[in-house]
Design a protein around this ligand. Structure first.
Ligand SMILES: [Zn+2]
Length: 459
């Protein structure tokens, strides 16, 4: 829960008892805005107490959609046990009007079977509207508000389920939360951003061993057998925070640089190349075909907005972990290109040596054939210059020649730790005067074939 966050409030209206007046909508919206303001204020209080204070804010914008359904509310079944509703109740009651509402908003089950993906599309639509309105939210989420029957008065289906909250005014008005929806909205939004419940009640028992949030922090403030717990928004919806909830939301600055650790500039530490046809993974791979997957490992890659290969946007990217992102190589890419992406902290910090990849068809088998040289950094210089030879199958060179002169291999690391895609070597004496010479790497498996990429120019 970081940066400017957009709540897309979807009012789901219907006939009979499901009809909502403008006044009722306005009241619910005011409560939601008040609840989201509570969260901003909790963040303000938290960040002011860090040493040094954290610079990133957490704020909310609200937009809304209206949907009017023909579905009669009386056609929905009743909850089996109102004190202890089940997932079956959710599926039989709420999912009926939710699916109808999402469908009416243009995200049809026929086009996108997965409900989570359809609701993510609603959030993406709201983000597009926000962009045209001149602000750029970091994330968007959906809150349904309805007078249709619900299995529970206020709940969240957090990721990796559907990723939305629901508030049901008739049930809230019949409860102790009648004039405090704002606290319910704040608590449920806390769930959207990965914080677990900390209370024990008839309908729910928190689990102190469950790990949640980006850092996998246990739920130590869970009330279960815990007389020393403190008040918290995620416990009884008090406007206070225990020490776990901020961590569940990703709020931490362990290195005390004033920037949330989750928003530090991203790095590229390694690639794994995946051939999706053969389901073969090559760790530290640097050679791939268009359409293959590259898994990028590095700090804070989770916040990547888009990935490019040689400046061409990847058609498909998905997160595997906070420090692992997968992206498909676009069809139109070929040659040695660099992989780049941008997060809210700016472009990823990576040198060409860290971010290059060769896209070619067909890709040579990984590191068991003769060596191949794809490029040199730098491509020109004088004897003694340190040159990086980039390529494939480069482990165990027995001979590296510049023209006909052999480079001294005594500085190479032991074979077990050599990089199959990179050799660093000092340029030997020039075989003749200034000008280009081919660089050839020889291993027990053969010699590289010279090309325009493997030419070094003596200056
Ligand atoms: Zn809860």
């Amino acid at each position: 829960m970081i940066g400017l966050l957009l709540a897309d409030v979807v009012f789901v209206d219907g006939p009979d008892s499901a009809a909502m007046t403008d006044q009722e909508r306005g009241r619910a919206l005011a409560f939601i805005i008040k609840g989201l303001t509570h969260l901003s204020e909790l963040h303000e209080g938290w960040r002011a107490h860090q040493q040094p204070p954290v610079s990133t804010s957490c704020s909310f914008a609200v937009t809304f959609d209206l949907v009017s359904l023909d579905l009669p509310p009386a056609s929905l079944p009743a909850v089996s046990n109102p004190k202890k509703p089940t997932v079956d109740d959710f599926n039989a009651i709420d999912c009926v009007w939710i699916d109808a509402a999402v469908d009416a908003l243009g995200q049809t089950k026929a086009a996108i079977p997965d409900r989570k993906a359809r609701i993510a599309e609603l959030a993406a639509d709201a983000t597009t509207v926000a962009l045209f309105a001149g602000f750029n939210p970091a994330d968007a989420f959906v809150i349904f508000v309805t007078k249709y029957p619900c299995h529970w008065m206020g709940y969240t289906r957090p990721y990796p389920l559907e990723g939305f909250s629901t508030l049901c005014p008739p049930m809230l008005d019949a409860s102790e939360w009648k004039n405090r929806y704002d606290l319910v909205a704040a608590h449920e939004t806390g769930h959207i951003f990965q914080a677990p419940d900390e209370y024990v009640a008839e309908n729910l028992t928190c689990d102190p061993t469950v790990k949640s949030g980006p850092f996998g922090v246990v739920n130590s403030n869970c009330e279960l057998g815990n007389p020393t717990g403190v008040k918290c928004l995620m416990k009884r919806s008090d406007l206070e925070l225990c020490s776990q909830t901020p961590l569940h939301w990703g709020w931490t600055d362990d290195d005390h640089d004033g920037t949330l650790d989750l928003l530090a500039p991203a790095t590229i530490d390694s690639f794994t190349v995946v051939n999706p046809r053969l389901q073969v993974e090559e760790p530290d791979g640097r050679v791939a075909e268009p359409g293959w997957t590259v898994i990028i490992k590095g700090r804070n890659v989770w916040d990547a907005r888009l990935v490019t290969f040689g400046g061409v946007v990847s058609p498909h990217m998905w997160l595997r972990a906070l420090d692992e992102l997968a992206a498909t190589i676009p069809d139109e890419v070929s040659g040695i290109v660099n992989v780049a992406f941008t997060t809210r902290a700016g472009p990823a910090n990576a040198t060409f040596e860290q971010s290059w990849i060769l896209v070619t068809q067909p890709a040579p088998p990984p590191n068991n054939g003769p060596p191949e040289v794809f490029g040199l950094i730098p491509q020109r210089g004088t004897p003694g210059t340190n040159v990086k030879i980039l390529g494939a199958s480069l482990v165990g060179p027995t001979r590296i020649t510049f023209g006909h002169v052999e480079a001294n291999l005594s500085s190479l690391p032991p074979e077990e730790v050599q990089d199959p895609h990179q050799i660093e070597i000092a340029v030997p004496l020039a075989p003749q005067g200034p000008g280009p010479v081919p660089v050839i790497v020889t291993t027990a498996r053969g010699s590289s074939t010279p090309s325009i990429f493997s030419s070094f120019t003596y200056s």
